[in-house]
Structure formats: structure tokens, C-alpha cells
Design a protein around this ligand. Structure first.
Ligand SMILES: NC(=O)c1ccc[n+]([C@@H]2O[C@H](COP(=O)([O-])OP(=O)(O)OC[C@H]3O[C@@H](n4cnc5c(N)ncnc54)[C@H](O)[C@@H]3O)[C@@H](O)[C@H]2O)c1
Length: 377
């Protein structure tokens, strides 16, 4: 494989996040370039390839892995495919960037980390919040001592639900809002605090507005206790009207900071006529809307992909790893168990033989009690 020049990257998946990956490499083109894309619907992959000038298109990602010059693969496919694809990439000797959440099960996550190590490739975890400029600024200030000892970190991501049917099907997604969005918040609190062990998780969840299309939780409130005594609060929703909302709060003995990912880089706008695009998941551009400029940059995607490319060349060490993703998976499992049992669950948490995290909610006494009472699931 090449040691100089740009890292040759291939993407598996060609829809929402595949597009973001391709766009991220275009926006930060110094370190990596996308040379191939694979997804089973030939039209979709070809469309993405045309849009971004990607030379090679595959319908079977395994064929793409045979290309000797490709050094790094980004995986932007439904959650239930992450483990199998990561393992195939590792065996083909390619560095891997795997989208969140890492896998469906803890065992799969452990296997992914193991296989990457075994084959001498990097398994990097696509948690862009570690690269989100506003959130990075908050962490830099905290690390510098701006807030004194930090005792509470909050992160929330809310919108009205995902764009593709597989997210709503828990057999392919593994769970609802906690799995899809909570993975960001858990990772964020863990990273922000300097990676202290997560000692316990408490979750309260329900299916409040989307029970017609999913068994998954469409809203979840989660409290994490860390080994350094700090608390993380993670709020997630697929039931929040009005488009995307993503924010953090940090509280320390000597200070506080707040960041709203989308505000401050948006134009408060009113339009009777509407216009093309405002921001991810905005339902309409008529009336009041908040179009964000440089959206991907504000999320941190180009910075994330450029960093991962430099890691593939040994110039930097990964800031987000498979091990981080695995810790998040354990907390998600404990979170669903907590919601099922109606109590705080201690970590380390083992869930051998459980097919998907949300099963721990379904099988808990709390779940059937809430159902019986006629309350939202
Ligand atoms: N980091 C983030 O903020 C963020 C945002 C959205 C999605 N994601 C994650 O990205 C992943 C993909 O989500 P998405 O929104 O792009 O979903 P999507 O439905 O928009 O796209 C999924 C893609 O996977 C492809 N695919 C399905 N089966 C495949 C197979 N067997 N081989 C190759 N490709 C296959 C589909 O053809 C499609 O191109 C998920 O894990 C999701 O959680 C992350």
C-alpha cells in the first residue's frame, strides 16, 4: 500500500451517511480521497460516484475489498451490517472507519476490535462529536481548568425520527432513540470527562408518538455515573417536532458553558415561499426556519475524516476508536436493561446471548407494566 500522497478511501453505503462521508473528504481533501463506493443498489452507488467524481463503483463490497490500492474503508450501512463488514475489511488488510453505533451486540464489538488488532489495521469509530468545533472548544476550556472540577455534562440530540425504514426496524437497528442517538451522547460525556469508567446507567424510555411504525423507544432520558464522580445526562428523541436539535451543557465548580450545535451558525429566517434546504431533518422551509451555513463543517465530519486519513498514514493516533464504540455499546445495553427493570444498572454489564440491546427493555418487568397500564410503550 502507498505510504505517500493521499490515503485511498472507499465507502460502503451510498445513501445518507455515505453521502456525508464523500462530501467530508471533498471538503477536507488534503489527506484522503474517495476512489470507490459500494452498495447493493447499483443506481445509488453510481449516483453518488457521479456526484463526487468517484471512479470505481461496486455492487458487492467484497469485490471492492480486493482492490489492492484501497487503504481505508468507511462503513456507512445499517447497524446490523457493521460487524460483518468490519471483519471482512480487517481480513482484507484495510483500515476501517465504522459508523456509530459500533455493532448490534457487545460480543460483535469485541470481535471487531479483536480482528482489527489481529490483522494489524486500525478500527476507528466515526463519532463526529469528538470533532464538532463548538464541542471541542468546550472541552479545551474544561481541560484548561475554565470550569474547575466538572461534575455534570449534558448532551442531547432530538428530531422527529430517522430518514430510512431500517432505523425503525429494531431487528436491523438494535433499538430506537437510545441506540441511534444515545450512542452520541454517551460517547460525548465519556470523552469530555477524559474517559473515566462508566459505573452505572439509568434510563427512562417510551414509544410516545411512533408506535405505528416502530417497537423502538422514540424518546429516552439517560443518567450516567462516572468513576471520577461526575454525572452525564443524555436526552434523546425521535419525537421532537421542528427539525434537528443538538446541544450540550457543562457544569463545574467554577463555571459553566452551553453550546447549541445549530444556533449561532444559523440564519433566523422567515419565508412565505420556502426555499431549497435549511438543515438536516427540517420538515419545511416555509414560515420560520434556521438554515445553517457550512453544516458539515459545524458537525465536524470533514475534520473527522481528515484525521482518520492521517491516522491511516501513522501521522496521528485515532481520537475515536473501536474500544470507545465498545464502551458505548456496554452502556447502551445497560441502559436498555435499566429501562426494562426500572432501576439503575451497574457496569461492567454482561449480556451474553442477547441478540440486540432493545431486547433487554422488552423482557423487563417495567416494560410489561407500562404496556398493561395503557401508557405509551
Ligand atoms: N454519525 C452520524 O451522525 C450518523 C448520521 C446518520 C447515520 N449514521 C450511521 O450511518 C449508518 C448508515 O446510516 P444511513 O443514514 O446512511 O442509512 P441509509 O439507509 O441512508 O443508507 C444505508 C446504505 O447502506 C447500504 N447497504 C445496505 N445493505 C448493504 C450491503 N449489504 N452492502 C453494502 N451496502 C449496503 C444501502 O444501499 C445504503 O446505501 C448507520 O449505522 C447510522 O447509524 C451516522
Amino acid at each position: 500500500m502507498a505510504q505517500n500522497g493521499k490515503v485511498k478511501v472507499a465507502i460502503i453505503g451510498s445513501r445518507f451517511q455515505g453521502d456525508i462521508h464523500a462530501s467530508a473528504f471533498k471538503l477536507a481533501p488534503e489527506d484522503g480521497e474517495v476512489v470507490a463506493v459500494a452498495s447493493p443498489s447499483p443506481g445509488n452507488a453510481a449516483h453518488l460516484a457521479k456526484q463526487y467524481g468517484i471512479q470505481r463503483v461496486f455492487t458487492d463490497y467484497r469485490e471492492m475489498l480486493k482492490e489492492p490500492d484501497i487503504e481505508m474503508i468507511t462503513i456507512a450501512t445499517p447497524n446490523h451490517l457493521h460487524a460483518e463488514m468490519t471483519i471482512e475489511c480487517a481480513r482484507a488488510g484495510k483500515h476501517i472507519v465504522c459508523e456509530k453505533p459500533l455493532a448490534m451486540t457487545i460480543e460483535q464489538g469485541e470481535r471487531m476490535v479483536h480482528e482489527a488488532r489481529e490483522h494489524g489495521v486500525l478500527l476507528m469509530y466515526a463519532e463526529e462529536l469528538f470533532f464538532t468545533p463548538k464541542y471541542v472548544k468546550a472541552k479545551e476550556m474544561a481541560d484548561e481548568g475554565a470550569f474547575g472540577r466538572v461534575h455534570l455534562v449534558k448532551q442531547s440530540e432530538k428530531h422527529f425520527g430517522p430518514h430510512s425504514p431500517w432505523f425503525w426496524d429494531v431487528s436491523r437497528s438494535g433499538g430506537g432513540a437510545l441506540m441511534d442517538l444515545g450512542c452520541h451522547g454517551i460517547a460525548f460525556c465519556y470523552w469530555f470527562l477524559g474517559r473515566p469508567a462508566i459505573q452505572s446507567v439509568y434510563c427512562q424510555m417510551g414509544t410516545y408518538v411512533h408506535s405505528d411504525k416502530t417497537e423502538g423507544d422514540d424518546e429516552c432520558h439517560c443518567i450516567l455515573e462516572f468513576a471520577n464522580g461526575a454525572v452525564g445526562i443524555v436526552e434523546n428523541s425521535w419525537a421532537r417536532r421542528g427539525g434537528m436539535d443538538d446541544r450540550i451543557e457543562v457544569y463545574g465548580e467554577n463555571g459553566v458553558t452551553y453550546a447549541n450545535l445549530h444556533m449561532g451558525n444559523a440564519l433566523p429566517t422567515y419565508s412565505e415561499n420556502g426555499y431549497g434546504y435549511a438543515v438536516e431533518k427540517a420538515p419545511s422551509t416555509k414560515g420560520w426556519s434556521y438554515p445553517v451555513f457550512e453544516e458539515l463543517w459545524n458537525y465536524g465530519f470533514p475534520q473527522e475524516m481528515a484525521h482518520f486519513s492521517r491516522c491511516a498514514r501513522g501521522k496521528e493516533n485515532p481520537k475515536a476508536t473501536g474500544e470507545d464504540g465498545l464502551i458505548v455499546m456496554q452502556a447502551i445495553y445497560a441502559g436498555y436493561a435499566s429501562a426494562g427493570e426500572g432501576r439503575k444498572v451497574q457496569l461492567p454489564f454482561s449480556a451474553k446471548g442477547i441478540q440486540k440491546p432493545i431486547d433487554l427493555w422488552f423482557r423487563g418487568p417495567q416494560y410489561s407494566q407500562v404496556r398493561k397500564a395503557g401508557a405509551p410503550r
